[in-house]
Design a protein around this ligand. Structure first.
Ligand code: CA
Ligand code: CA
Length: 429
């Protein structure tokens, strides 16, 4: 039973996206001009900044005029599925602003789609040191996981951020629709688009060849276009607030997706609902009972299902699920000493030859007594590495003459392991 549970859990860890990619434009929707929050919209033909009269007032950077005319999404109409993208606005700091600037809040207006609520996004903030209008080499300076709580098409949801700008550099601010990273999702129009005055400053970044966009290296994504280059025109409804003083804004409360459940973010209907609860009951994984790391107090207890797993955590999950429980001794890895959290689990897998480490002597990894390798328990595992450890731990040895995935040819290091998991419907692409 436990293994069956774990198989499903691996589907959760290993799922992949196989969607095609093009920009899909939703039906035009016009806001009611009487909506109160927009009546005070300060239309700015420069489109870059507005500033209240008080010298202490924060600066707000915006491109939009407060009302949107269309929505954008990305995905495959053929398969009716959404695909992830990074949605960014390119903002230029005016000349007369004092430094340092505290970047305090990102505000996003999401289209009025109920199925957006509860979806996880990644708030992203980049600085482009050469300020050349091209974000390919922009540096990611802040990222945080957020959850869409408001999708009424009329309210900007605020996400607090932390960042400081010490000199005048262009910034790119926005978000990634992280929920679409791996599993296929119904086609969604995720970004509200103001078409009133095109400014060529809203960008879409995606990897249309395989997978989730690379948020750390925008140049690694083959699709980087302004809205205009993508065949539309307008401004994404993404704003940034900066402040030289203490932020006074109150973050929008984020409501839990399913209060009363074992975890408020692991809900009936989620593809990982049953495996996560089963693994939790078997004491193989656990959640969190405080905020942070839960997003708010109302979200306690939470599981944070979109978080990555580390090599150490994975070793524990697999070791327990495979039933390995023999006593261990010795120390295989320099950075996994006796008594450390994952020591026993890592030792058991290493003893079987299922995991290896990295030779000592690299930066930050000096050679100690016996020149032990390093395991790097706090770094993330790749999908290929995970497939290898899982297939070996469960004793799979089937011949695998077929090739299921375009990017996993028979010559690949991980081909056999991946095909063995595919055979059992534990993973897919
Ligand atoms: Ca408009
Ligand atoms: Ca640049």
């Amino acid at each position: 039973m436990l293994r069956k549970i774990l198989y499903i859990a691996f589907a959760f860890l290993l799922f992949g996206a196989g969607v095609g990619a093009f920009i899909q434009k939703g039906s035009a929707q016009r806001l009611d001009d009487d909506v109160a929050i927009f009546r005070q919209a300060r239309a700015d033909t420069e489109g870059k900044t507005t500033q209240a009269q008080s010298p202490d007032a924060p600066l707000e950077f915006r491109l939009d005029d407060g009302g949107y005319e269309a929505v954008l999404g990305r995905g495959s109409a053929n398969f009716d599925t959404a695909a992830p993208a990074i949605w960014l606005n390119h903002l230029t700091i005016p000349n007369n602003v004092p430094y340092p600037l505290t970047l305090s809040e990102i505000r996003i207006l999401f289209p009025p789609l109920n199925d957006l609520i509860g979806n996880e996004i990644k708030i992203l903030l980049y600085v482009d040191h050469d300020s050349d209008g091209n974000p390919a080499n922009a540096q990611l300076v802040y990222q945080a996981t957020g959850t869409i709580a408001i999708a009424d098409g009329g309210t900007f949801q605020a996400f607090p951020i932390s960042g400081v700008l010490y000199t005048r550099e262009d910034i790119y601010v926005g978000w990634e629709d992280k929920w679409a990273d791996g599993e296929q999702h119904p086609l969604q129009s995720v970004a509200a688009l103001d078409e009133t005055q095109w400014q060529g400053r809203s960008w879409i970044v995606a990897n249309t060849q395989c997978c989730a966009p690379d948020i750390n290296n925008l140049a690694a994504n083959n699709y980087r276009k302004t809205i205009e280059q993508a065949g539309f025109g307008g401004n994404l409804m993404i704003r940034l607030e900066v402040d030289s003083y203490t932020p006074t804004s109150t973050p929008t409360p984020v409501l839990p997706r399913c209060p009363g459940e074992t975890f408020t973010d692991v809900c009936p209907g989620d593809f990982f609902y049953e495996p996560v609860l089963a693994l939790n009951e078997a004491s193989i994984v656990s959640g969190y009972t405080s905020s942070p790391p839960c997003i708010t107090a109302a979200q306690v207890p939470c599981f944070l299902p979109a978080n990555n797993v580390t090599r150490g955590q994975t070793s524990k999950i697999i070791s327990l699920a495979a039933g390995f429980n023999e006593p261990v001794s010795g120390q295989v890895f320099e950075d996994v000493p006796v008594g450390s959290t994952f020591y026993a689990y890592i030792q058991r897998l290493a003893g079987r030859g299922f995991i290896g480490g990295y030779a000592c002597g690299g930066p930050g990894e000096p050679c100690g007594a016996g020149n032990k390798p390093y395991f790097r328990p706090t770094t993330n595992l790749t999908r290929g590495q995970l497939a290898k450890i899982a297939a070996q731990s469960f004793g799979y040895s089937d011949p695998t003459p077929i090739q299921t995935f375009e990017d996993v040819p028979p010559s690949s290091t991980f081909h056999n392991y991946i095909e063995q998991l595919v055979l059992r419907e534990i993973i897919n692409g």
